[in-house]
Design a protein around this ligand. Structure first.
Ligand SMILES: *Cc1c(COP(=O)(O)O)cnc(C)c1O
Length: 462
C-alpha cells in the first residue's frame, strides 16, 4: 500500500466541496501551460472597470466552476499582468526564475507545509537550510550562522534591523540604539523599516563613485549618539553599486555597531568570481539579505536573511504565548528568526532548482548576465546617440540620450513597453533623468538590446 492509498477519501475530502479531483487537474494543467510557454512581453495593465466589464462577477453564491474560472484567469486576468521574466524586461529589477524553480513552486504549494517550526516542517526546513548553507559558504561565515526565508527584502531588512537594535540595546541600553546609518541610495525599505521601528535614519553622502565609505560612516557614528546599525548596499538598486564593505566592517568593529548587508538585488554577485572582490569584508558583517526572486533565478516571493550569529536573531524575534509554549525552542524554528510566525516553505523552489542544476550552473548564469551588462555598456558607449553615465559594477547600466528631456524619456519608454519591444524605464541619477538597464536574465542577448536602442534613439526615429 502506498502512502497516498492509506488516506481514505472520507478523511481527506470534506463533503462540502464535492469531488475536487477535476478542479485540481484543471489548475495543474494551467500551471504546466504557463511554466513551459513564454508570456507576452507587452505591458498590458488596464483599468479595473475594463477588467470588470470583460470578466463579470466572479464571486457568486453558486460558484462559477473550475472551467469558467480558469478561462477568466488564463484569457483575461493573467494577460493583464507583465511578464517579469521576459528577456527584454530590463526595468526595476526583473526576474528570471528557472523552469525547475517555477514548477517546484507549484509542488510546494500542493504540500501546504507549515514551515515555521521544526516540529511541523522539519524536512522542508532541512532543505531550506541546505540552500541557506550555500549562501553562508559564499559569505565565509562560521557555523554559528543561520537564517531563513521570508517574503522579500523589505521584511528581510526590517527583521535584520530589529535584531541589530536588540543586540545594541541589550549591551548598552535603549538610548544607545536609536539610529541607522546608510546613504541616500540605500533602498527605500531601510527608511520604511526605520519608520516601523520608530528609529532615526542618518543619511550619509556617498563618495563621487556613489559608495558609502568607512570614513563617512565613522564620522556619522561619532557625530550622532545612538547609532546601532550601518546598512551597506551590495549593490544599490538604482546603480548596482557595492559600498566599501571592508572599511565599513572596520568602523563597525571599532564602535561595536551592527553591520547589515542589503544584497536583495546584488547579493547573487557573491557567487561570481569576476566581481567577488567587491564584497571583501562581508565575512565580518552581522547580517545579510538576498532576494532569490531577483538575481538567483527563483520565483516570487523569496528573500533569504542570514545572521552570522543566529542566537542574536532568536533573542530578538521569538514569539511567546500560552499556545506557543509547547514549541521546542531548542529545535530550529524559522519562526524565531524574523518578523513572522506562520510561513510557507518559500525557500524550497530556490533549493530545488539549486539541487537539480548544481551551484556551478548558478555561477555560470550569474557571470553570463554580468558579461551581457558589460557588452551592452560597451555597445552603448560606441553609439553616437547615447552616453554611458555609470559602467556596471554588477549588472546595472545608467545612460542617457543627450538632448532628451524627462518627457522624451517617458514617451520613449512607454511606447516600447506597450509594444512589448523592451522594458527600459527612466530613473533619476545624480539629479537628472536618465535611462537604466538591469540584467538578471541569462536569456537576454546583448546584440538584441543594442539593436533596439540604436534604432529607437536615432535622431530620425519617430
Ligand atoms: C528590491 C530591494 C529591496 C526590497 O526587496 P523586496 O523584495 O522588493 O521587498 C531591498 N533592498 C534592495 C537593495 C533591493 O534591491
Amino acid at each position: 500500500m502506498t502512502a497516498s492509498e492509506e488516506i481514505t477519501p472520507s478523511r481527506a475530502v470534506p463533503e462540502v466541496w464535492g469531488d475536487e479531483t477535476e478542479i485540481a487537474w484543471a489548475a495543474v494543467h494551467a500551471a504546466a501551460r504557463r511554466i513551459t510557454r513564454p508570456a507576452d512581453p507587452k505591458t498590458t495593465a488596464r483599468p479595473a472597470s475594463e477588467l470588470a466589464a470583460e470578466v463579470g462577477a466572479t464571486i457568486t453564491a453558486g460558484g462559477l466552476g473550475a472551467t469558467e474560472t480558469l478561462r477568466i484567469f488564463e484569457d483575461v486576468l493573467a494577460p493583464a499582468t507583465r511578464a517579469q521574466d521576459d528577456p527584454l524586461n530590463l526595468a526595476y529589477v526583473p526576474a528570471a526564475p528557472t523552469i525547475a524553480s517555477r514548477a517546484f513552486d507549484a509542488t510546494v504549494s500542493s504540500f501546504n507545509i507549515f514551515a515555521g517550526t521544526w516540529e511541523a516542517g522539519a524536512g522542508a526546513i532541512f532543505a531550506e537550510n541546505e540552500a541557506i548553507g550555500w549562501l553562508i559558504e559564499l559569505l565565509g561565515w562560521p557555523d554559528t550562522a543561520g537564517g531563513c526565508f521570508m517574503s522579500g527584502g523589505t521584511i528581510g531588512n526590517l527583521s535584520a534591523l530589529v535584531a541589530a537594535r536588540a543586540y545594541v540595546r541589550n549591551k548598552r541600553g535603549r538610548d544607545a540604539a536609536r539610529a541607522i546609518v546608510c546613504t541616500h541610495d540605500a533602498h527605500s525599505s531601510i527608511v520604511a523599516a526605520a519608520r516601523v521601528m520608530d528609529a532615526d535614519v542618518i543619511l550619509v553622502e556617498e563618495d563621487a563613485r556613489g559608495h558609502l565609505t568607512g570614513p563617512a560612516a565613522r564620522a556619522a557614528i561619532a557625530e550622532h549618539e545612538g547609532v546601532f546599525a550601518v546598512v551597506a548596499s551590495a549593490g544599490t538598486t538604482n546603480g548596482g553599486i557595492v559600498d566599501d564593505i571592508g572599511d565599513l566592517a572596520d568602523v563597525c568593529e571599532e564602535s561595536d555597531v551592527w553591520l547589515h548587508i542589503d544584497g536583495a538585488y546584488g547579493g547573487a554577485g557573491l557567487a561570481a568570481p569576476s566581481v567577488r572582490s567587491r564584497y571583501d569584508g562581508v565575512e565580518r558583517a552581522h547580517s545579510f539579505i538576498v532576494d532569490p526572486h531577483k538575481w538567483l533565478f527563483a520565483p516570487y516571493d523569496c528573500c533569504a536573511l542570514v545572521y552570522r550569529d543566529v542566537t542574536l536573531a532568536r533573542a530578538a524575534h521569538a514569539q511567546h504565548a500560552g499556545y506557543l509554549d509547547a514549541i521546542d525552542r531548542e529545535a530550529w524554528n524559522p519562526t524565531d528568526l524574523a518578523v513572522h510566525l506562520s510561513r510557507r516553505a518559500r525557500g524550497l523552489p530556490f533549493w530545488f532548482s539549486l539541487a537539480v542544476h548544481g551551484t556551478d550552473r548558478y555561477v555560470r548564469a550569474i557571470e553570463q548576465t554580468i558579461a551581457t551588462a558589460r557588452e551592452v555598456a560597451a555597445g552603448i558607449a560606441a553609439m553616437d546617440t547615447l552616453e554611458v553615465l555609470l559602467e556596471p559594477e554588477l549588472s546595472v547600466i545608467i545612460f542617457e540620450r543627450p538632448g532628451w528631456a524627462a518627457e522624451d524619456y517617458q514617451r520613449w519608454s512607454k511606447r516600447l513597453a506597450v509594444e512589448g519591444r523592451i522594458l527600459c524605464v527612466p530613473t533619476v541619477w545624480q539629479g537628472r533623468t536618465t535611462l537604466r538597464l538591469v540584467f538578471v536574465n541569462p536569456a537576454t542577448r546583448a546584440e538584441q538590446v543594442l539593436d533596439i536602442l540604436r534604432e529607437t534613439t536615432a535622431p530620425d526615429h519617430p
